[in-house]
Write a protein that binds this ligand. Structure first.
Ligand code: AHR
Length: 312
């Protein structure tokens, strides 16, 4: 069973004198950049010496970084895994060196005993929340949906797709007509949306966009405007993350809904790590963060202002 945390838990367990390696994916999105900022802040607040490695979207760089952390004899490793598979060997190496590994924000297809815990949202649920919002919003009207997927092979891309499809199952009025990766970036989101618009009669055949993150949605919104259509009205826009920029788009009526993912994965990770290293108490295998739906009814400008201070 998972421990469920509120979106903004900033714990402050003492973990001074610890050296922790953090293998980060890169900086593909606003959310990712905020996670990096908050991880550094959370480490500093606790007196943790954080060794940061940016993998530039490459699993091989993450594997190298983990090996280097092991060689340096760090006390623990935080890993945000770019893709879900291919981790068994290096996780086993960390285990053999008795260095606990905590997964941040994405899951892996590896035996659970190879890592201490995973601080993540319920990624399938996030997709499901987005899908249910769309089902309710179109209220039985016929609707062609286009989908911008996250990084191919990443757990959020796989699970957010699964959850969204489950919400649409049996709803004959809703059909996913195009689905392609936009790699979680604004640039790719815009580029792929342009191709969707071209292929679907300049966008006239598209009723909604589901993007696996807000950054791709923001890029796609630009593409929709350039095609002479109104995002948020002609084409509904639902995405995931709840970064400040999507609230600006919502305030302008150009985006409709987003599902929040807290960028503070490190706070809870450091808290359980401190307890584990002190008492040997194993945490739950999954520390689940909240997934809250925001719509245009939630005073988007107010949320935008609140979000700005939280790592963004
Ligand atoms: O793993 C979390 C996802 O990775 C975020 O939703 C996305 O913005 C990021 O790139």
């Amino acid at each position: 069973s998972a421990t469920i945390l509120a979106a903004c838990t900033f714990g402050s367990a003492s973990a001074a004198d610890l050296v922790v390696g953090f293998s980060q994916i890169g900086s593909e999105s606003g959310w990712r950049a905020a996670e990096t900022t908050l991880t550094k802040q959370q480490a500093e607040q606790r007196g943790i010496d954080l060794k940061f490695a940016d993998a530039q979207q490459k699993q091989e760089n993450q594997i190298k970084a983990i090996r280097s952390f092991i060689a340096q004899g760090v006390n623990a490793i935080l890993l945000a895994p770019v893709v879900a598979t291919g981790w068994d060997e290096v996780l086993q190496e960390a285990k053999d060196a008795e260095i606990p590994v905590i997964l941040l924000d994405r899951t892996v297809d590896a035996p659970k005993e190879l890592y201490l815990t995973a601080v993540t949202s319920d990624l399938v649920h996030e997709g499901n929340v987005a899908g249910k919002w769309l089902v309710d919003t179109v209220a039985g009207k016929s609707c062609n949906v286009v989908e911008l997927q996250g990084t191919t092979g990443s757990s959020p891309a796989i699970d957010r797709k699964k959850g969204f499809e489950a919400a649409l199952a049996g709803k004959d009025n809703l059909k996913i007509v195009r689905s392609q990766t936009g790699d979680f970036t604004r640039t790719k989101g815009k580029e792929v949306m342009e191709s969707f618009l071209k292929a679907e009669d300049g966008g006239k055949n598209i009723c909604a966009l589901y993007a696996h993150n807000d950054d791709m949605a923001v890029g796609a919104i630009q593409a929709i405007k350039e095609a002479g259509l109104k995002p948020g009205k002609d084409i509904l826009v639902v995405s995931i993350d709840a970064v400040p920029d999507i609230f600006q788009a919502m305030a302008a009526g150009e985006a409709n809904a987003t599902v929040e993912l807290t960028p503070n994965m490190a706070g809870p990770a450091f808290d359980v790590l401190a307890t584990y290293l002190k008492d040997g108490k194993e945490p739950a295998k999954w520390i689940q963060t909240e997934s809250k739906l925001y719509t245009q009814a939630d005073d988007p400008m107010k949320v935008y202002e609140e979000k700005k201070g939280l790592g963004y």
